[in-house]
Each structure stands twice: as C-alpha cells, then as structure tokens.
Design a protein around this ligand. Structure first.
Ligand SMILES: [Zn+2]
Ligand SMILES: [Zn+2]
Length: 368
C-alpha cells in the first residue's frame, strides 16, 4: 500500500514509482551507485613448524599461543582475526564464520587446504533491505620447519660460554652449582625463540657450551658470575659473513671463578686460615689459631696469600680431654696423643667428639 508521502514520487534514474527511495533513487539504483563491498581476503597462507610449533600467518610469526590449546581452534582464531583485521568500513556489520578446518588434517605433514566462509550482513540504510553476502577464503596450510629450527638443526650458534677457575680446577660442588644455574635459566627460556645450548660439557676444568644467541650467553654468564663472585669478560671474534654480506661475530663469554673457593686453606701474614666466603671485593677467612672470622680485601689475599689446599694432608682427630685451657687430642690414623690449645679447637666441640682437620708441616689443624 502506498503512503501519502510516497505518492507521486519516482526514481530519478529508472523512473520506477515503486518505493522506497533514498536521495530520489529506488533501492536498486541507489545500491548500484553506492555499492557496498567488504574486502575479505580470498587466500591466506599458514605455515606451521612441527618442531617449535610456531605459526606463521601471511608472513607474520605468531609464537605466543598456548600450546595446550588445540591447533584447530588456534588456527581458526588466527585466520578469523586476520580477516577481520583487513575489513575497513564505517558500516555496522555482522559476521559469521564457517570453515572445514580439522585438527586431524592439520596434524598431517604436507600442504593442506581448507575453506572458510565469511557471512556478512549489514543494514546500512534504514529505508532499504539488508545487505548479505558470503565470501570465501582459501586457507593453504603447510607444515614445514621454520627458519629458526632449520638453523638450530644446522647447529647454528652465536656464542661460546666458558666457565673456568682462576689458576685452579673446579670443585665438584662448583661443577654442580654451575650446571644447576644453567639448567634453571634454560627452563626459564624453554618456550623462547632461538634459545638453546649445544654440547654442554662439565669437568674439573670447567663448563663449556655453545649458545644460540649472544643475549642468552650473556644472561647465563652474568648469573654465574654473580652467583660465584667470578669475573666475566667477552672476546669478540670475527667469524664469517652472513647471507647479506655482513660480518658476523662469534663471542666468547668467559667467567672466571675466584682463585680461592670456600673451604680453601691458605697461609697469609704467616698464619693459617680457611676461606669461608668470597664476594666481589672481600674474602672472609677463619683463623686456625682461634676460629675467629675476619674480612679482608679480596685483591690483597689474592696477591699475597698462599694457597695450601693441595699441600695439606687430611686427618681425623678425637677430642680426648679438656681442662678449659688445654686439650688432649688423638690422631685417629696412628692413635698418637697431642697436647694443644683449646682456642685452636672448633667452637662447641665436646670431649669424645671427632674433629676433621689436616696436618701441615708437622702441625695439626682443626677444621670442624
Ligand atoms: Zn531506479
Ligand atoms: Zn620452528
């Protein structure tokens, strides 16, 4: 039924008297002059790396997805997001997706194709009927190793990490500590790109490994340095030219553990001491004369102390008796008795207890 307001009107282009009209045009002519189109991508390429499970979509790498989620949902979400990203319009629209992406097919190697249908509806003009259109997008999915994994497989590395002792071998505890530090850091970087170590080796001479990136090598080196009061230096070595012809340097990060380790026995200022603790600048020693602890400048000890750890002979003793000033000590290797000064015995030792120590230049020393 015609309304009063529409009576006598006609389309300025085709002349129809069938309304409704907008700007003097019928619906058909108006839409022809003001076409609505949505820019929906008709092709999307996805590359999934089966090794690190990184996903590259239209050349953008997406690697921060939760690997516990199913790949099917992730793929769907990423493709849909990609399509929506590309739609630039002021029109209010409604969309619905439908696809045939299937987890079981994604998991197969090789090239897979899926199709995604985007249904768009919009009602931009109050006067006219709704806009509705289906768009089709071909999704081409390839499972292939990403560049980074290819490099990894090829044994690519940018740095070498070395941990050594300053003029000495590493103790077993130190070797374990260093391995522990490296393990902890690698757990932290388990999901990070390009973060791996190759050929780790620990022995009395130290720890060595190849590290994928300089950044990671420096991170590990710094943590070892601060945990051990060691010193770090970096050697830059020109290695090769990369594909672009730019020089690539392979760095060596060397951490040197302090010359003295906790438990070392040293002679300093004509007295015998045991090393209790080392920091970047100081060294804490305990005297064998009275078991008092004292801090010294680390450099001073390193320059003037004499390390005797290797020269002493371990010995076990028994505290036989004490009169509050003097004690009788028995060496457990030959049951010989010695008189000694109570001050030289570790604090809180009771008569009848064993004492670990050593003998050096015919004199007994008591550690604990
Ligand atoms: Zn018309
Ligand atoms: Zn990969």
């Amino acid at each position: 039924m015609r309304t009063i307001s529409q009576s006598g009107r006609f389309c300025a282009v085709c002349g129809t008297t069938e309304g409704p009209y907008l700007e003097n045009l019928c619906e058909k002519c108006y839409k022809k002059e003001n076409p609505i189109e949505f820019d929906i991508q008709n092709k999307i390429n996805v590359i999934i790396c089966p090794l690190c499970l990184s996903i590259k979509i239209q050349n953008t790498v997406v690697d921060t997805w939760n690997k516990e989620d199913g790949l099917e949902d992730i793929m769907r979400e990423m493709v849909e997001r990609k399509i929506l990203e590309k739609i630039h319009t002021d029109i209010d629209y409604h969309y619905e997706f439908e696809d045939n992406i299937e987890e079981s097919k994604i998991m197969n190697y090789g090239v897979k194709e899926f199709e995604l249908r985007t249904n768009i509806t919009a009602k931009p003009f109050e006067e006219f009927s709704e806009f509705e259109k289906n768009y089709h997008t071909r999704i081409k999915m390839v499972r292939t190793s990403c560049d980074l994994c290819v490099r990894h497989k090829a044994g690519y590395f940018e740095a070498i990490l070395q941990v050594r002792g300053e003029n000495r071998k590493l103790t077993e505890t130190e070797q374990e500590n260093i391995e522990g530090i490296v393990d902890r850091i690698m757990t932290r970087y388990i999901d990070a790109k390009m973060s791996y170590i190759i050929d780790p080796e620990t022995d009395v001479d130290g720890f060595t490994c190849k590290v994928s990136t300089k950044y990671l090598a420096e991170t590990i080196a710094r943590e070892i340095k601060s945990a051990t009061a060691g010193k770090m230096n970096v050697a830059y070595e020109l290695k090769t030219k990369n594909k672009e012809g730019i020089d690539v340097y392979q760095n060596t990060y060397l951490v040197r553990l302090p010359e003295y380790a906790s438990g070392d026995i040293i002679e300093f200022e004509n007295k015998m001491w045991i090393v209790k603790q080392i920091t970047e600048r100081q060294i804490k020693l305990e005297s064998f004369d009275n078991h008092e602890q004292k801090k010294f400048d680390r450099k001073r000890i390193e320059n003037r102390g004499k390390k005797l750890t290797e020269s002493v002979v371990e010995r076990e003793f028994l505290l036989v008796s004490s009169d509050g000033m003097n004690v009788v000590i028995m060496a457990l290797d030959n049951y010989e008795n010695f008189d000694d000064d109570l001050k030289r015995i570790p604090l809180n030792k009771q008569v009848g207890e064993n004492i670990m120590g050593f003998i050096y230049e015919d004199r007994n020393y008591y550690i604990e």
